[in-house]
Design a protein around this ligand. Structure first.
Ligand SMILES: [Mn+2]
Length: 320
């Protein structure tokens, strides 16, 4: 993080743009809002951008209302900070590339290869970008309740409430520091997990009705065609976490969720207990991610995709 701190302390750089990835999740939003507050406290001008709607469950976090969903040609920034994202094309349609900035910083914990920042900090062992940013905040000696809550949300959501394989002693160390700094686990739990729009539960009901397993019963597949959606533009928010239900079945290694984004074009979410789904996502679904949580996309007709995808996943199970 020393390279990042050097940039932040450069008095010639005053205007910051913070971006992450489309289809925002908890780590994306939490790390973006925490870094926004850190830079504001350092006296910088900060713009945060995401083209997509920010899930309402994060609305209790400081800065939630300050997202911009588009950028103009007249906007000019000294520094761009890209969080939780290893692919430039997933930043959003208004991203003009690194040449638009004096300096680009990339902070990430994904295993995928492409790196494009001038200053790159990657920690594949970190449970969340929020965990990495805690050490930045600590070094800068800038932390308050807002920052602690946002970072706690990053870690809570990316570790599936401290249950996933990315949860380490360091994760709990950082979480304890964040609680000391003002994050309240129960309050945040209620905001994030006990506060769902009823629409989401009705959608889950429909998605669970599509559940099917392969013959070996180690791959689970669920689907959500456009015909089942009343608000496809909000589909990534309303279905966040659905893919985990497939993995929760005894004996299932890989769970896959296909959500139709536009006619005959699907977003693919993958979760696993053992197999490396980031490899499968890269090879077959034009995506990437982590060993046990990855995603991508695929074009095709749903009736043809179902056997095709089940076949790919069945053939790529790695027995550990
Ligand atoms: Mn993340």
């Amino acid at each position: 993080m020393d390279g990042v701190i050097k940039v932040f302390k450069n008095l010639e750089y005053n205007n910051y743009l913070i971006v992450s990835h489309i289809s925002p999740d908890g780590d994306n939003v939490g790390s973006t809002l925490a870094l926004r507050k850190i830079l504001l406290k350092m006296g910088k001008n900060v713009t945060i951008y995401n083209p997509d709607p920010i899930p309402e469950m994060f609305s209790f976090l400081d800065g939630y209302d300050s997202y911009r969903h588009e950028l103009n040609d007249s906007d000019s920034f000294d520094v761009a900070v890209v969080l939780d994202n290893s692919e430039e094309r997933r930043i959003g349609p208004h991203w003009r590339g690194v040449s638009a900035f004096s300096c680009t910083i990339q902070i990430d914990h994904h295993t995928s290869v492409p790196r494009f920042g001038d200053v790159v900090v990657i920690d594949e062992e970190a449970s969340a970008v929020g965990e990495m940013l805690y050490f930045l905040a600590e070094k800068l000696n800038i932390i308050d309740k807002d920052i602690a809550e946002a970072l706690y949300v990053s870690i809570l959501t990316d570790t599936g409430s401290f249950r996933f394989s990315n949860t380490t002693p360091k994760t709990f160390y950082v979480a304890s520091k964040l609680i000391e700094a003002g994050a309240t686990p129960w309050k945040i739990n209620v905001e994030i997990y006990e506060n769902m729009p009823e629409e989401k539960i009705y959608l889950l009901q429909k998605v669970l009705s599509t559940l099917q397993l392969n013959n070996e019963k180690n791959v689970a597949l669920m689907t959500l065609p456009l015909s089942m959606q009343t608000d496809p533009s909000n589909g990534s928010n309303l279905t966040e976490g659905f893919v985990n239900y497939g993995r929760s079945i005894k004996g299932v290694d890989i769970s896959c969720f296909l959500r139709e984004v536009e006619k005959d074009f699907f977003s693919v979410s993958l979760r696993s207990k053992d197999s490396d789904v980031s490899k499968i996502a890269r090879e077959f679904f034009n995506g990437g991610g982590h060993i046990h949580a990855a995603g991508g996309r695929i074009a095709g007709n749903l009736n043809e995709l179902i056997p095709y995808v089940l076949g790919i996943l069945t053939n790529n199970i790695q027995n550990c």
